[in-house]
Design a protein around this ligand. Structure first.
Ligand code: FAD
Length: 560
């Protein structure tokens, strides 16, 4: 692109001229200071491509052209007041703005905006304080830039691990707030992060500041000086203890949404249970998936399975230990014999069940004996404890993850293919053998058609399971990228035809999935858009996020 003005962005937001854009940037610099504004003028700036050094402006795991989902500039507010002022400025200019906390939302679009040229709001860079860790109430209050690693390290440094644990996802570099608002998952008994959040502070598209739940109730007994801004006033003592407050419960509309920017959030921490034992149960055959799920459902419902356990396909574990080349020279998907050979080599099953029991020893012993007895009905099933083996690296990692110790080990599976990138296809299913087998066989068949290995895991919630399929592809190879894109689009369609929907998705798939949630002529989307238009009449905040478009955007014109 020819550009005379070196300050002009690579991609202008819709409706902007270079002059109008420059006017906006000058005003934004006055709000957040020049050093907190980076204009993306050149594709050569899009060099950050790894989880450990994430891009703040584009999707590092791009499934469409790398320069499509790209921000025009990255603004890093210093505090809540800056966020409010930026929202007012964006309203004045009708500037689309995409907030994120850390930008490690890989597989779902990273930090990139849905509308190319939007201004990215990097909340985590400067707003990264742990505001409170409360031992008595077992909660923390955090700002957007606090990662799982940060909170865990805080507990360690302050000798609080013997009292409190933080639940962590597979990799710990993401933010507590970003992950929870996206309804992300971890693996202790506190694995449903949205369920475990309590109390939010939110900047609305208008710039107004609210606190949800008990946070809406001032607490005159808390010490605070007059003259503080609302965001600086200490919250109600029950803000992080009781989610619902009084009247309509608002928090849900700020999750996977484009209705507000979360500037503070409470998260419940798990009291140290007083004892812990991780375990692995290997299951030799593909069809053992059916029996395993029938065993898992009642145990999980009764909370004999206390945590969010996972039933992982052999290739997910294999990919953590080595790339595809280290097992095979084949480009096409591995067949059953090859998978069996890998399982044998790694001393694993075709499916591998990772869980943990929590509590004092007698409690653990009872739970473990019930779990073990149930699984031992599967011929060839084996139980392995991390203390008993040097041969199972994934078990060692899981043993940390399931007690809230964050790591980066699982990043390795992204390198299954050269220049590895990934998409997550993540449909919800009933925890039954029939549902699991049907969803698995449908996915496996489509993966084969796409020439992509099936790599996946069933993550067991309270009453359902998230089937997380890791679609790994070579991001520099257009043909392979297109195949991955075809695969996920086809799987979304197949799933909808079976009554299955996804819990979360990548920017490029948001409209397709929103279309599938179509009960009564898309009545839910109409409700979401009515709320959107009321709260954000200029349509500035994350237009198109999760398929919710404000009235000044034409949904059909923005389809991918
Ligand atoms: P961000 O990129 O900061 O935010 C994600 C989105 O949330 C933003 O785009 C925005 O729409 C919204 N958002 C963020 N902050 C705000 C805010 N303050 N206000 C309003 N909206 C906001 N994920 C899991 O959940 N569980 C896993 O076990 C897991 N395992 C993974 C394993 C691997 C190997 C990889 C590569 C990824 C995995 N992920 C997993 C996906 C991802 O890394 C995490 O979900 C991560 O926590 C999300 O990134 P983030 O916290 O940086 O979110």
């Amino acid at each position: 692109k020819e550009s005379k003005d070196p300050r002009a962005p690579l991609t202008l937001p819709p409706g902007f001229t270079a002059d109008k854009y420059e006017e906006f940037i000058t005003a934004a610099q006055q709000i957040v200071e020049e050093k907190n504004v980076t204009v993306i003028t050149d594709a050569a700036q899009l060099i950050h491509e790894h989880y450990t050094d994430p891009s703040k402006a584009h999707d590092m795991h791009n499934v469409v052209e790398k320069t499509y989902f790209v921000a025009s500039a990255v603004l890093s507010p210093r505090d809540v007041k800056d966020v409010q002022e930026i929202m007012r400025l964006c309203n004045e200019f009708e500037m689309p703005v995409w907030p994120f906390s850390i930008g490690r939302n890989t597989g779902y679009g990273g930090a990139a905006p849905r509308v190319p040229g939007s201004v990215a709001l990097d909340l985590g860079k400067n707003m990264n304080r742990i505001l409170e860790v409360n031992v008595e109430g077992a909660f923390a209050l955090v700002e957007p830039g606090v990662t799982f690693f940060d909170l865990h390290e805080y507990l360690v440094k302050n000798n609080l691990r013997d009292q409190l644990w933080v639940d962590v996802p597979d990799v710990g570099g993401g933010s507590i707030i970003g992950n929870a608002v996206e309804r992300g998952v971890g693996y202790t008994p506190y694995g449903d992060h949205w369920m475990m959040h309590c109390g939010m502070e939110v900047v609305l598209p208008s710039g107004e500041l609210i606190r949800t739940g008990m946070g809406a109730l001032p607490d005159p007994s808390r010490p605070h000086a007059d003259g503080l801004r609302p965001d600086q006033v200490p919250g109600n003592r029950a803000w992080q203890l009781f989610n619902y407050g009084f009247g309509p419960y608002n928090d849900g509309i700020f999750s996977q949404s484009n209705l507000g920017i979360v500037t503070k959030m409470g998260i419940w921490l798990m009291p140290n249970p007083g004892g812990y034992q991780a375990y692995l149960i290997t299951l030799p055959r593909d069809e053992d998936l059916h029996t395993a799920l029938e065993i898992i459902r009642p145990l999980r419902l009764q909370m004999v399975l206390q945590n969010v356990p996972t039933l992982r396909h052999i290739l997910l574990d294999a990919a953590v230990s080595g790339n595809k080349k280290s097992y095979s020279d084949k480009d096409e998907p591995l067949n059953d014999e090859e998978l069996d050979a890998i399982a044998k080599k790694l001393k694993l099953g075709r499916w591998n069940f990772y869980g943990a029991v929590y509590g004092p020893e007698p409690v653990r012993n009872v739970l473990w004996s019930v779990i073990k007895d149930a699984f031992m009905k599967i011929p060839g099933a084996k139980c392995i404890l991390p203390e008993e083996t040097q041969d199972h690296p994934v078990l060692q990692t899981r043993s940390g993850t399931l007690q809230g110790i964050p790591s980066l080990d699982e990043l390795a599976w992204v390198n299954w293919m050269p220049n590895g990138a990934h998409l997550f296809f993540s449909p919800i299913a009933k925890i039954t053998g029939d549902d699991g087998m049907l969803q698995y066989s449908m996915t496996k068949r489509r993966c084969k058609e796409a020439g992509i290995d099936f790599i996946g895991t069933f993550t067991i919630g309270m009453r359902e399971m998230h089937h997380i399929v890791c679609i790994v592809f070579d991001r520099y190879n257009k043909e392979k990228r297109d195949r991955a894109h075809w695969l996920i689009r086809t799987l979304i369609q197949d799933a909808a035809e079976n009554g299955w929907g996804e819990y979360r998705t990548h920017l490029a798939l948001m409209d397709q999935i929103a279309d599938t949630y179509s009960f009564n002529d898309n009545a839910q989307r109409k409700l979401n858009e009515t709320i959107k238009n009321a709260l954000d009449p200029k349509g500035i905040l994350a237009p198109g996020k999760n398929g919710v478009w404000p009235s000044n955007y034409d949904r059909d014109a923005w389809r991918i």
